[in-house]
Design a protein around this ligand. Structure first.
Ligand SMILES: C[S@@+](CC[C@H](N)C(=O)[O-])C[C@H]1O[C@@H](n2cnc3c(N)ncnc32)[C@H](O)[C@@H]1O
Length: 391
């Protein structure tokens, strides 16, 4: 949402993009301005966000910028520690041991590190499919994994352009749902409006649509369940969970889906005090909330509404095994047993490093409670001790 600060004030607090980056951003602005012109002067925010992140060759995830790790804009769990992926592999193994087909489908594989960590930990070779919508990230993943994995493991990875037709196995989505475009809504004089983006005076600006929309229906139904929200309240709804989960459910009969992301259950997400929603931008490890600046150069992301995910999952034929914090999930899946995998007991520096990684993954004020794991199951009778909280 628009920041309390002007676009200039926010820009002044951020590292200055290079001339090359500005030129890149300028090309994306042209594409979006053209889309706005064709949309009679505005587009819904969800379309604007889709363009920001996924315009082929120009969007944040589609272009060749370095996003992950210290040199990029943000750090995800597989970048922080190999223990993360090794522990997810333990969860996969537990599922495989109970009769699930030994295949993995990873959505949005980022730098490829999670895939490397999982394949290096599993005892037996598995088929590993990666569905990555960014052509640039796909190339990076291929280069990285070819270098890091044995020929045999690498050979079992397949990159897909679209969902496979038949898939039974484990599906993993780490920090994927937060990168799905959201719709923005605002309550004004007791009425909800969907927000859009226009372009005038050489910059993107906010506008709102008078017509009723699916996003407005969604927030009205949330308000009905959780109580009235105050005037001036701005928030997001994600209308992509349902079609995404339905499409996954349609590709197979027996599967487990692990969704790992930051977010809230609805009572906290749509708390009357969270008046400005959860949309944030990451630019070179600075966080701010002005989504209208630096198009294509910064990540734009929204927290996940875990109740909406669960409802969409049930409507799509999944059972919800549970929703637990990342910390609970990793500890229940043997995080601490993985500690010694790469170091000897005399290697003090490595041990310090590992203990710092564990703290980042599990402490409540780091990733431990902010990130949660949803387990969804289709047509399998499984014992999954990590998901103790049944819905
Ligand atoms: C925040 S990054 C996380 C990357 C990686 N999973 C990690 O943890 O480091 C989001 C990723 O999700 C991908 N993505 C978003 N929507 C997707 C979709 N519908 N299908 C496949 N990939 C998607 C993006 O291209 C990007 O690779």
């Amino acid at each position: 949402m628009a920041s309390y600060h002007s676009q200039e004030q926010t820009l002044a607090q951020l590292p200055i993009p290079s001339a090359e980056e500005m030129a890149h951003s300028g090309k994306l602005i042209e594409v979006i301005v053209d889309k706005i012109a064709r949309g009679n002067g505005s587009v819904p925010f969800s379309e604007y966000m889709e363009c920001l992140l996924y315009t082929p060759g120009l969007g944040y995830y589609s272009a060749g910028l370095n996003k992950f790790g210290k040199q990029g804009d943000f750090v995800t769990a597989p970048e922080i520690s190999p223990l993360f992926g090794r522990t997810i592999a333990n969860q996969c193994q537990q599922v495989f041991d109970q009769g699930c087909e030994t295949r993995i489908l990873e959505f949005g594989a980022g730098s490829g590190k999670l895939c490397e960590q999982i394949l290096s930990k599993l005892d037996n070779p598995v088929d590993y499919l990666i569905l990555e919508i960014s052509a640039d990230l796909r190339l990076r993943q291929q280069t990285y994994l070819k270098e890091k994995l044995t020929f045999e493991s690498f050979d079992r990875i397949t990159w897909l352009d679209k969902l496979p037709q038949n898939f039974n196995g484990v599906i993993i989505a780490n920090e994927v749902l937060d990168a799905m475009p959201v719709s923005l809504v605002k309550k004004q004089q007791q009425q909800w409006f969907e927000l859009g983006v226009a372009f005038d005076d050489d910059r993107f600006n906010w506008c709102h649509f008078a017509e009723h929309s699916d996003a407005v229906s969604a927030i009205q139904s949330i308000e009905k369940d959780h109580g009235l929200l105050p005037d001036g309240y701005v928030t997001e709804v994600n209308l992509n969970y349902q079609p995404w989960l339905k499409s996954l459910s349609e590709i197979g009969n027996q599967m487990v889906l692990l969704i790992i992301d930051y977010g809230y259950e609805q009572a906290q997400y749509y708390h009357p005090e969270r008046k400005r929603g959860t949309l944030i931008c990451h630019y070179r490890h600075r966080v701010h909330d002005d989504t209208l600046i630096l198009p294509g150069l910064q990540d734009v992301t929204a927290s996940v509404d875990f109740d909406a995910v669960a409802d969409a999952a049930i409507a799509s034929g999944f059972e919800v095994a549970g929703l637990v914090t990342q910390s609970q999930f990793l500890l229940a899946n043997g995080l601490l047993d993985e500690v010694g995998f790469n170091s000897t007991s005399e290697d003090t520096l490595a041990q310090l490093d590992i203990s710092q990684q564990i703290k980042t993954l599990t402490l409540p004020d780091e990733m431990g409670e902010k990130f949660k794991v949803v387990g969804l199951v289709k047509n399998l009778d499984l014992d999954l001790p990590a998901f103790s909280m049944r819905r």
